[in-house]
Each structure stands twice: as structure tokens, then as C-alpha cells.
Ligand binder design. Structure first.
Ligand code: SAM
Length: 239
């Protein structure tokens, strides 16, 4: 936790917030904070700044909050991710939030097992918790939006074309002829496949919709590795 993310319900007055639960435990056990210390804080979807520890007890830390600067810029990215297996999903979502992805579409694909959609990690509460962990890591405050689409074809035919407008549209797919571009720094829509990869029909549909198939070399990366590698190639802000 490189920043404590604050929510409206944490505030007891305009400039005082009380940390409890996970954030308090972190303050005590990792940061070993003491009264008078200054900690990095941020208001969810708002500015970042500092919190001076006024009172520290076993049940809460009262901070005097001063918010002075905006959070880091978001990536100009629409990320379309075939739903990863639950064990990996949490980590991937945290990584996406840490890297500054703000618009995340979780889609179905032939090799996404039906059971993946049943995971409790997709509940609104768990999505938020993992995005918060990712944001706190990066000292960011802006929660990504997550959209869930459990049917591949209607998504690609009916919604994807509008998402691709005015963006560089890419589908990461091993074995294609074009290397993934670097330093794009312009709006990108990026599709990343499931653990088993997109099947040829799906790649064809994505290309038909306007995506260019690109590769990252001969090594096949896990989704959790492919995400940071792709984003750091495309955007200097991630490099
Ligand atoms: N056997 C699968 C295949 O050949 O497509 C491997 C899928 S890989 C584990 C999961 C996803 O990460 C891929 O669908 C792709 O989007 C991305 N990816 C991983 N390695 C890649 C590479 N070398 N080039 C392009 N994309 C890659």
C-alpha cells in the first residue's frame, strides 16, 4: 500500500478521516506509523496528498488530510480481456489497475471455461477491492470501469466497432506476422486472449471488426505477463 485510498465514509469531518481494517493493519504492521507521521493518501476518484496521523489506537487511525495534486494520468486504453481463470484473474485485475487501465472489458471466448464466470472475484465488492489494491500500489485514485460480456459474437459484432473508433486497434496473438508496435502513446484498443489463446475464428472476427493481429516474439507469455509487457511496449507511461 503506497497510498491509503480514502472513501467518503472514512471522513468524520471535511479534512479528517479514520482508517480501520486492512489499511489500519498495514499502517501498524508494515509502515509502523506513529502519531505525527505523514502518509500518502488519495480520495477515490479524486486528488492525492498527505494524511498526518493525529491519533492512533487499536481500532482506528485518525488522519488530518490534505489533498494537493491530481493522480497520475490514465492510459488511453480500452482493454479487452478474455476472462482469465479465477486464480489468475485477481492478480491480472490488480495489475491492470496499477498500470493505469481505466476501461476493462471481460469477454467470453471459446477457451474460457464456463465455470470461470461463476467466480466470486467477479462480485462488485471483490472487483472493487482488487482494483483498490492495484490503485494503492500505484498511488492512483481513479477506479477502472469493468464491463462483463459473456457472449463473444454479439460483443464483437455489435459493441466492438464503436470501441475501436479513433483508436489503434490490436489483438495480441502469437504467431502472427506483425510485431506489436512500441511507443504508440495514442488511444489504443487492445484484445488479449485466454490461457488457451483465441481460436482462428475469433481472431478472424476481431480482424474483421478492425483489429490488427500483433505478436510479442516467439515466447508465449501467460496472460498475467502479457498484460504488463504489452502495456509497457505501447505506452511510455508504463515503461
Ligand atoms: N497457446 C495460446 C496461443 O498460442 O494463442 C497461448 C495463449 S497466451 C497464454 C494468452 C494470451 O496472451 C494470448 O491469447 C495473447 O493475447 C497473449 N500473448 C501471450 N504471448 C504472446 C505472444 N508471444 N505474442 C502475442 N500475444 C501473446
Amino acid at each position: 500500500m503506497n497510498l491509503a485510498l480514502l472513501f467518503a465514509e472514512d471522513f468524520v469531518s471535511a479534512d479528517r478521516a479514520v482508517l480501520t481494517g486492512r489499511r489500519l493493519a498495514h499502517l501498524n504492521s508494515v509502515l509502523k506509523a506513529a502519531e505525527g507521521d505523514l502518509l500518502p493518501v488519495g480520495l477515490v476518484n479524486g486528488d492525492i496528498g498527505t494524511g498526518r496521523v493525529l491519533h492512533l489506537t487499536d481500532t482506528g487511525a485518525t488522519l488530518q488530510v490534505e489533498l494537493t495534486e491530481p493522480p497520475p494520468s490514465p492510459l488511453p486504453l480500452t482493454l479487452i480481456l478474455a476472462m482469465p481463470r479465477p486464480k489468475m484473474f485477481r492478480r491480472v485485475l490488480q495489475t491492470c489497475a496499477t498500470l493505469g487501465a481505466k476501461d476493462i472489458w471481460l469477454i467470453n471466448s471459446y477457451k474460457v471455461e464456463k465455470s470461470f464466470w461463476q467466480t466470486p472475484w467477479l462480485s462488485a465488492e471483490n472487483l472493487r477491492e482488487n482494483m483498490v489494491l492495484g490503485l494503492e500500489q500505484a498511488r492512483d485514485t481513479v477506479l477502472p470501469r469493468v464491463h462483463i460480456r459473456k457472449l463473444f459474437k454479439p460483443f464483437v459484432e455489435d459493441e466492438l466497432p464503436a470501441l475501436l473508433k479513433n483508436t489503434r486497434a490490436l489483438v495480441a496473438h502469437p504467431g502472427t506476422n506483425t510485431p506489436c508496435p512500441v511507443h504508440i502513446n495514442q488511444p489504443v484498443t487492445l484484445c488479449i486472449g485466454p490461457e488457451g489463446g483465441f481460436i482462428p475464428y475469433e481472431v478472424d472476427k476481431l480482424v474483421e471488426a478492425g483489429c490488427e493481429a500483433v505478436h510479442l516474439g516467439r515466447r508465449i507469455l501467460r496472460v498475467e505477463t502479457a498484460v504488463p509487457v504489452l502495456l509497457s511496449r505501447l505506452f511510455d507511461a508504463c515503461g
